[in-house]
Design a protein around this ligand. Structure first.
Ligand SMILES: NC(=O)c1ccc[n+]([C@@H]2O[C@H](COP(=O)([O-])OP(=O)(O)OC[C@H]3O[C@@H](n4cnc5c(N)ncnc54)[C@H](OP(=O)(O)O)[C@@H]3O)[C@@H](O)[C@H]2O)c1
Length: 242
């Protein structure tokens, strides 16, 4: 398989690459904004998985021309699987007080992901097959006071991927929305509470991508937790603090 991993320095994305590399020899293109961090990641993965190939590709997530050239460059060969992982856990208090910060967070978490997904969707449409996995979050399932700026970005990705799923409904192109629950990565180091192991999360994500599931909660239990959260009547929800 030829696999493109966008924002390949993400701990969840790297765990997914490792999981895939355990299943066979694949060709991975690691895409990101930092040449140095990508090189370290590619080098480490190359040593662990000598049967697979790893190359790197730079992108500026704030530039449509950079995203366009990266996708055009990578689409010269067949792409079997794309994973889009960039994201930042927006600090809600800061976002409420600093509109420039809010703007940049919404741009990264919603706009850049949608633009990257759209560009790769075009490539898969031309090929007539392939899987596009987009990392959203359980936070997108219901707006909550403590993280609605981040949650709203992830909710946009839900609507976006639903549209893509309908567009490709009767074709061999699959679009999967991945919704991790709280997971122990650099993004959550300053956050309290129980965190899932990224390798456990990656197992669920990779199984879901290979099975072309439309929505992948990881760990799977979050499907039921968020169902309950969505069903709580607003009269009760407004008094809750989680
Ligand atoms: N960890 C969780 O609890 C959790 C839960 C639900 C969803 N998610 C989602 O999972 C995805 C991966 O996150 P992770 O948990 O693996 O965290 P992570 O290890 O901190 O990875 C974050 C990734 O986003 C990139 N990134 C962060 N800020 C950026 C910016 N301003 N501009 C460009 N790239 C930026 C990072 O690139 P650099 O290495 O270049 O900084 C890195 O590749 C994200 O979409 C996140 O929202 C995570």
């Amino acid at each position: 398989m030829r696999v493109v991993v966008v924002s390949a320095t993400s701990v969840i994305a790297v765990a997914c690459v490792k999981r895939l590399a355990e299943t066979g020899s694949h060709e991975f293109v690691l895409v990101g904004r930092s040449k140095e961090r990508l090189a370290v990641t590619a080098n480490d993965l190359g040593l662990r998985f000598p049967a697979s190939k790893f190359s790197v590709e730079l992108v500026d997530f704030a530039s449509t021309s950079s995203i366009g050239s990266m996708v055009a460059n990578l689409s010269k060969s067949v792409i079997d699987l794309v994973l889009v992982a960039q994201g930042s856990l927006t600090e809600q208090k800061k976002a409420s007080a600093d509109l420039a910060y809010l703007w940049s967070e919404l741009e990264l978490n919603a706009v850049s992901v949608a633009v990257v997904a759209e560009a790769f969707a075009g490539v898969l449409a031309t090929q007539g097959f392939g899987t596009l996995g987009v990392i959203g979050s359980v936070a997108g399932d219901r707006g909550r006071a403590y993280n609605y700026s981040y949650g709203a970005s992830k909710a946009l990705l839900e609507n976006y991927t639903q549209g893509l799923q309908q567009r490709f409904g009767s074709s061999e192109v699959a679009v999967c929305l991945i919704k991790p629950g709280p997971t122990a990565t650099p993004m959550t180091t300053s956050h309290a509470g129980k965190m899932a192991d990224p390798n456990d999360v990656a197992k669920v994500i990779v199984a879901g991508l290979l099975a072309k599931r439309r929505v992948i909660y990881a760990p799977s239990l979050w499907r039921y937790i968020m169902l309950v959260v969505r069903l709580i009547p607003f009269a009760i929800f407004k008094r809750l603090t989680f």
